[in-house]
Design a binder for this molecule. Structure first.
Ligand SMILES: *Cc1c(COP(=O)(O)O)cnc(C)c1O
Length: 374
C-alpha cells in the first residue's frame, strides 16, 4: 500500500459550512465565517488583530508593506526557509540578509543576528521551523536595542508556544499558513496577525485594495474611497467556511499529530544513540505542534539512499529546503552573513517523514522500514 507524505485531513463539517456560506448569499470576504475564524485566532493567540488572507505569502507581503520596506532596506532571516519569507521583502526592493541556523532546532541562530545588523537593517523575520519556537526573548531584545521590527514567519507554528506564549503573539506582526500541508488547513489560506496596534488600521486598508472599506462598514467614515496602496489579500467565504470546520477541531487535530510525533520520536531513540540519525530537538521553554517529523542523516548520500529505498517500499518521504543563499535568486538579491555551515548541513541531511491524520494504522510500517534500512 502506498503511504503518501501528506494527506489533507477533513473534519467532515467542511461541506456543511460551505453550504451555509452558499445559502447565505455572502460569498466575498469578511462574512460570518471570516469573522468566526478571526475571532478564534484573536482569542487563541491573543493578538491585537487577526486578518485572514489567501495565503501566508500574502500575509508576509502585507507585513513588508506595513514595515515600509524601501529599496535597499535589509531584513535579517534564516536561509533555511521557504521562499516566501524572502520574496515578500524582495518584492518591495528589500535585501534578505541570511543568518545561519542553530544545529539543534534549525531555527535562526539568535547569537549571530547582531553581527548582521547594518544601518540599512529594518526588520528581523524569524521562522519557527517545524512549529518549534525561535529564541524570541533574545530576538525581541535585539530588535528593541536596534529599533527593528520583528515579523514572525509562523506558517508552521499555529498552537505552539514559547514560554507559554502562543507563536504569532510575540513579534510586531506574524504570518500563519493554512496551506493543505500545514496543521489546520483551507487548501490555500493564511492570516496576518498584528500585535503592535500602530499597524492595525493600515493593515485593514492594504488588505482591501488600499481603501477604507472596513472603516466605512463600521460607520467610522461616511465615504468609501482610495486612501493607501494595497491589493486584494482577503479570502472569500467558501475558504473561510472550510477553515472554520478545521478550527473547531483544532485541539483534537493537534493531539493526534502529537501522538504520531511521539511514536516516531520514541522508536528512533535507538538510532540516535547508535549515531545513525539526529532527531528533532525541542527546547524546554517550547511547546510544539507536531507540524513535522524529520530526521537528520549523516550526509547527503545517506539521505538520498534512504529516500530511494523507502520509495521502493511505497513510503514517500521528502527533503527541503535548498538554502535560499545558494538558490539562483537568493544569490542575486540576498547576502549571506558569515558561515552557513548548519544551514548547508540541514539542506543536505534532513528528511521529512509522513505526518498526517490517519497515518496511525500505517505508522508502524514506516517505522519498521526505517529501522530495517538504517
Ligand atoms: C508554508 C510556508 C510558507 C508559505 O505559506 P503559503 O500559505 O503557502 O503562502 C511560508 N513560510 C514557511 C516557513 C512555510 O512553511
Amino acid at each position: 500500500m502506498n503511504i503518501p507524505f501528506n494527506k489533507p485531513y477533513m473534519t467532515g463539517k467542511e461541506l456543511w459550512y460551505i453550504s451555509q456560506a452558499h445559502a447565505s448569499g455572502h460569498l466575498a470576504g469578511d462574512g460570518q465565517f471570516t469573522k468566526k475564524c478571526s475571532a478564534w485566532l484573536e482569542q487563541r493567540i491573543g493578538c491585537q488583530k487577526a486578518l485572514l488572507t489567501h495565503s501566508c505569502t500574502a500575509a508576509l507581503e502585507m507585513a513588508a508593506i506595513l514595515a515600509d520596506i524601501q529599496p535597499g532596506d535589509e531584513v535579517i532571516m534564516p536561509s533555511y526557509t521557504f521562499v516566501s519569507t524572502a520574496n515578500a521583502f524582495v518584492l518591495r526592493g528589500g535585501v534578505p540578509v541570511f543568518v545561519d541556523i542553530r544545529p539543534d532546532t534549525l531555527n535562526i541562530d539568535e547569537t549571530k543576528i547582531e553581527a548582521a545588523i547594518t544601518s540599512r537593517t529594518k526588520a528581523i523575520a524569524p521562522v519557527h521551523y517545524a512549529g518549534v519556537a525561535c529564541e524570541m526573548d533574545t530576538i525581541m531584545g535585539i530588535a528593541r536595542r536596534h529599533n527593528l521590527l520583528v515579523i514572525e514567519d509562523a506558517a508552521q507554528g499555529i498552537m505552539s508556544t514559547y514560554k507559554g506564549r502562543p507563536l504569532g503573539s510575540i513579534g510586531h506582526m506574524a504570518a500563519l499558513s493554512f496551506h493543505e500541508t500545514k496543521n489546520i488547513i483551507s487548501g490555500e489560506g493564511g492570516a496576518l496577525l498584528i500585535n503592535d496596534p500602530r499597524f492595525v488600521e493600515r493593515a485593514e486598508m492594504i488588505r482591501e485594495k488600499g481603501t477604507n472599506r472596513s472603516q466605512f462598514f463600521r460607520g467610522q467614515v461616511d465615504k468609501y474611497t482610495w486612501v493607501d496602496v494595497g491589493s486584494s489579500y482577503l479570502p472569500g467565504e467558501v475558504i473561510a467556511a472550510f477553515l472554520w470546520a478545521q478550527m473547531e477541531e483544532a485541539d483534537a487535530i493537534n493531539q493526534r499529530r502529537l501522538g504520531l510525533w511521539s511514536n516516531y520520536h520514541q522508536w528512533f531513540a535507538s538510532l540516535e544513540k547508535a549515531g545513525k540519525v539526529q532527531r528533532p530537538s525541542v527546547p524546554r521553554e517550547c511547546v510544539h505542534n507536531a507540524h513535522m517529523y524529520y530526521l537528520l542523516l549523516p550526509n547527503l548520500e545517506q539521505r538520498t539512499d534512504l529516500i530511494a529505498r523507502l520509495r521502493t517500499k511505497d513510503i514517500n518521504t521528502v527533503f527541503h529546503y535548498i538554502p535560499l543563499h545558494s538558490s539562483p535568486r537568493g544569490k542575486s538579491v540576498g547576502r549571506a552573513e558569515a558561515d552557513m555551515t548548519n544551514t548547508d548541513n540541514a539542506g543536505d541531511r534532513l528528511v521529512r517523514l509522513p505526518m498526517w491524520l490517519g497515518l496511525e494504522e500505517q505508522q508502524a510500517a514506516v517505522i519498521q522500514q526505517i529501522l530495517a534500512t538504517l
